[in-house]
Design a protein around this ligand. Structure first.
Ligand code: ATP
Length: 514
């Protein structure tokens, strides 16, 4: 199965089993907006809990808040979003398709890397044991040409983005000979800036003063509450404020399912530190966040860091955690050293002091900030794409299984009566009554046990319990494990302990290296 096929299957599977639906589907949908179904919302809530607990439970110096989506419009002037939250857009005149200029170039850069990888693979085959990759890269003429052009174009892109020079950015597209994937032509318009914030009006009078924005990130709600939390929580530096909430961006290139949405959810934590200590904390948080992702057990090689060459106006260091999605390595999380930009700017625009009095040094200052920002929806996509497997079984049958880490699986346990009589349904329900307070449980009595297993495999349920007639004799039932498909006979009194051992969130949280 190619990665493209996998992605298509994943989207179909997500819909078929109630994870993700297109928004407003009966009205033909709304582009880049999605709804979560009955299982999607459970998965999403579990991911959020995994993040929230890893922040506010595992760290006594991190607290959570929940701020409003609507905020005073001046906040977005202070944050730089009104002036600089733009995407550079370019249209192809023949296909009339619109693209992000930087994304077109980044795709081209990726293609050059792929070409180099192909050359290396070919040479490796040719030279066998004696192949020296470094020497090959340094000496092969064709590879050297590709590399030189790639580096020149990359530098030109970074410089033009940093300088806001749209003409130069367009020139990079021309120089790379990038053609529109739809029309195949290089008939491009000028590059224009496009602001990503959604506007709306507050109150009843429709004049300019009443324009407000749907927040494009949750972070600003944290910054403007910095002193409220610091004072009422008696927080001492270094400390963090965490928040989970909706954000809105009028994304132009809206493809790739829930990877890029116009309404999405973020999990952000702003960590306030002493000026000068931000690099230590930036590195520390990079490691902690990578460990949080890797604890999901999808394979360490499925993640990598990407350091930003073009820094946002507020940052002095930035790295992304990238995950290997079916469409390649792409950002799931950003870890940014935001300096004192936001607090200082809000101080200036609001006229209110946003400083911290440091009892150790007897000084007041504006703290520096290290931010971790991860998309809930990109996490859902990460989990679904890493978990989806089509497996051939020894019996010759096949199964589709979501190998979702047990702690975040939408349904933890399914309970089946072997048959619909002899008191077995009642017994199955009494087991559910015991565990339903702690775990999401499903009851299923339809079809053969094999078919019921397949249904639970397809939604990623880690444990299935079957109640059969032996229960009356010795008080036991069978538990079947999703990943190994092994079954064991266990005493009913032990069920709670066994489930807890397998699906507890603690199993995941324990693995994070803090
Ligand atoms: P990209 O370069 O992919 O547009 P970004 O660098 O603008 O992302 P940030 O502003 O750093 O993203 O936002 C932090 C996180 O929020 C991202 O890592 C991502 O997980 C999530 N996110 C951002 N934009 C979207 C979106 N349109 N849809 C879904 N998630 C998003």
């Amino acid at each position: 199965m190619t990665q493209e096929e996998l992605f298509k299957k994943l989207i179909a599977h997500s819909k078929e089993y109630g994870f993700v639906f297109q928004s407003s589907e009966i009205y033909d949908g709304l582009s880049a907006v999605y709804d979560y179904g009955q299982l999607g919302v459970e998965l999403k809530n579990n991911i959020k809990k995994y993040w929230w607990d890893s922040m506010v439970k595992l760290h006594q110096n991190i607290v959570g808040i929940d701020t409003a989506i609507f905020m005073h419009p001046k906040i977005w002037e202070a944050s730089g979003h009104i002036g600089a939250f733009n995407d550079p857009l370019i249209d192809n005149k023949d296909s009339k398709k619109r693209y992000r200029a930087d994304v077109l170039i980044e795709d081209w850069l990726q293609k050059q890397d792929d070409k180099i990888d192909k050359e290396v693979a070919k040479a490796k085959k040719r030279f066998g044991e004696s192949f020296d990759k470094e020497q090959f890269l340094a000496t092969n003429g064709r590879v050297a040409d590709i590399r030189t052009k790639r580096e020149t174009m990359n530098e030109a892109m970074v410089t033009s983005l940093n300088d806001g020079d749209l003409e130069a950015l367009r020139q990079v597209i021309i120089d790379c000979e990038i053609a529109c994937p739809i029309s195949g032509t290089r008939n491009w318009t000028e590059v224009r800036q496009f602001n990503l914030m959604f506007e709306t009006k507050i109150g009843s009078v429709a004049d300019e003063a009443n324009t407000i924005y749907l927040r494009p990130e949750t972070a600003q709600g944290i910054f403007v509450n910095f002193l409220n939390v610091q004072k009422t929580g008696r927080m001492k530096l270094p400390f963090g404020i965490a928040q989970i909430g909706k954000a809105f961006r009028n994304e132009i290139v809206a493809r790739q399912f829930i990877f890029r949405m116009r309404e999405f959810e973020q999990m952000e934590m702003q960590f306030f530190v002493r000026p000068g200590e931000e690099m230590i904390w930036w590195n520390k948080w990079k490691n902690i966040r990578m460990s949080w992702h890797r604890a999901l057990n999808f394979g360490d090689d499925q993640y990598r860091f990407h350091d930003h060459e073009k820094l946002a106006h507020y940052a002095n260091a930035a790295a992304d955690v990238e995950f290997n999605f079916p469409f390649g390595f792409k950002e799931v999380e950003g870890i940014h050293s935001r300096t004192d930009f936001d607090l200082s700017s809000h101080q200036k625009f609001s006229g209110k002091k946003l400083q911290y009095f440091d009892p150790e040094t007897n000084e007041s200052y504006v703290p520096y900030v290290v931010e971790t920002s991860v998309g809930v929806d990109r996490m859902v996509l990460q989990v679904l794409s890493a978990s989806y497997k089509e497996e051939k079984l020894e019996s010759g049958e096949s199964r589709t299984v979501l190998r979702i880490p047990a702690a975040i699986a939408p349904v933890k346990v399914a309970v089946f009566p072997l048959v619909k009589k002899d008191g077995l349904p009642e017994l199955a329900r009494s087991i559910i009554d015991e565990i339903k307070f702690d775990y999401a449980v499903q009851y299923d009595e339809k079809d053969s046990i094999g078919k019921r297993y397949r249904r639970q495999d397809a939604i990623g349920t880690p444990l299935c319990i079957t109640v059969d007639h032996q229960r009356a004799e010795d008080g036991t039932v069978t538990i079947r494990h999703r990943d190994t498909m092994t079954q064991e006979r266990v005493a009913i009194v032990d069920i709670k302990r066994i489930v807890e051992g397998e699906v507890s969130m603690r199993n995941l949280l324990d693995k994070i290296e803090l």
